[in-house]
Design a protein around this ligand. Structure first.
Ligand code: CTP
Length: 420
């Protein structure tokens, strides 16, 4: 999870599904981030995980009904005082009860009294998730302002696979922190939008065991893909090398190695897309020749190592801008580039970034000031958003997920300007 911020009061509701065991890790992550957590399970959640586990992890008492500590009026107080309510897992049953305004246990009573952001994290079998009753309940909750996360796809309990899996605890904690930092960060405003996001570094092979790589972690691109998917977009994430990041929930991940493979993947998926976000650190050069067998060193230490001749790779971002201008990407309404700049004696970060925006011809350029302990391999970022129309917005320092939410806001604004 991302860095600590001001401690907040979080209610974690736990409904009765097998994913309740993952709620224990969510509680742990949120308390470790310094927040004060109250767990409110349903009766059936306690059939999966005992109250003692949640009491020990949260350091707070755990009740399911409104009849304990009545003098403290917990069914009103917990909701009123919370900064965030997270319901994980949210079963079909708890979504239905929340959508109809029931108050038949402490969790649903708390949901009715909460005035803070509420995030439901669905987990159920695919049939239940896709059932019109659940679809309607989710739409109702979203219309009322609740965040209902997209579930992940993958193996469910038993043999079946499909959408309905609960996102991993790390992802839930990250999105919970995003809502604490910015309560309005996850509106469901990208339904019907198809996006291609690239992330991570490419690896340019030298021989079968060696490559030229870079220090990109992939975190910023993953955060953009995650936020876009949770705002309703259909996202294809073209992922190069990353620091072992989990697939974001609800995102289709395509893995690539080299710049050439990344280009092929973008060419394949971009024609369908409305949005292209090029967050990947694509190599500008690759070895001109890839050796088919491992390059051996000479036994004689005085023999110079073989030189590696480099050649340019194709610029995928500039290629997409050209393809759109040539009418080959009829759906494409927003092309976003990234620039990592240090500035030097000849110009500062913004001077170089403005020139890059003009050179690349994209609609939006996300600019990071990079350097020692900045941007690469860390969880926070800051920078600017430069738009082709000349607008320049500073991005406040914060988590890469918070920054992603600002970038996605700018993409939504572009889509609206383009009649979408
Ligand atoms: N990019 C790309 N294809 C490449 C290299 C870069 O699509 N072969 C994209 C990156 O994904 C990023 C943007 O271009 O969105 C900026 O990349 P950068 O390497 O900083 O830009 P360059 O034009 O190569 O400038 P510099 O001289 O600073 O390296």
């Amino acid at each position: 999870m991302e860095p600590k911020r001001i401690p907040k009061r979080i209610v974690v509701g736990v409904a009765g599904g097998i994913a309740a065991y993952k709620a224990a890790t969510v509680v742990r992550q949120l308390t470790e981030a310094g927040h004060s957590v109250r767990v409110i399970p349903t009766e059936s959640a306690l059939r999966f995980v005992g109250a003692a586990t949640f009491e020990a992890l949260s350091g707070n008492p755990v009740h399911t009904d409104v009849w304990t500590d009545v003098h403290e009026v917990p069914h009103v107080r917990l909701g009123q005082q919370a900064d965030l309510v997270v319901v994980a897992p949210a079963t079909a049953d708890v979504l239905a009860r929340a959508a109809t305004g029931r108050a038949d246990d402490l969790l649903t009573a708390t949901l009715l009294t909460a005035r803070c952001p509420v995030m439901f994290v669905p987990a159920m079998h695919t049939e239940m998730w896709l059932h019109p009753a659940t679809v309607d309940n989710v739409a109702t909750l979203r219309r009322r302002g609740a965040v209902v996360l997209e579930p992940a796809s993958g193996r469910l309990t038993g043999a079946d696979t499909g959408p309905g899996r609960m996102p991993e605890p790390e992802e839930i904690a990250t999105l919970a922190q995003l809502l604490l930092d910015r309560p309005d960060a996850l509106p469901h405003d990208l339904a019907g939008v198809k996006a291609v996001v690239t992330a991570g570094g490419t690896r340019e092979p030298i021989d079968p065991v060696r490559f030229i790589g870079n220090r990109s972690s992939g975190k910023q691109g993953y955060a953009v893909a995650r936020v876009m998917a949770q705002r309703g977009a259909e996202v294809t994430l073209i992922a190069g090398n990353t620091v072992g990041l989990d697939d974001p929930a609800g995102v289709h991940v395509v893995r690539i190695g080299s710049a050439a493979q990344l280009k092929d993947a973008v060419s394949k998926h971009a024609p369908e897309a409305h949005v292209l976000v090029m967050a990947a650190a694509v190599a500008d050069f690759r070895p001109a020749q890839v050796h088919t067998s491992k390059i051996k060193k000479s036994a004689d230490p005085d023999v110079a190592p073989p030189p590696i001749e480099l050649t340019r790779t194709d610029d995928v971002l500039a290629g997409a801008v050209r393809a759109r201008a040539d009418g080959q990407l009829p759906n494409m309404r927003a092309i976003v580039g990234f620039a990592a700049e240090t500035g030097d004696a000849n110009g500062d970060v913004l001077t170089y970034a403005r020139a890059k925006l003009r050179r690349k011809g994209c609609d939006l350029l996300v600019v990071n000031a990079v350097g020692e302990k900045r941007a690469f391999e860390v969880d926070t970022n800051d920078g600017w958003l430069l738009a082709a129309d000349g607008a320049e917005t500073a991005l406040e320092h914060g988590s890469k997920t918070l920054m992603a939410s600002r970038i996605v806001d700018a993409i939504v604004a572009l889509l609206q300007n383009h009649g979408g």
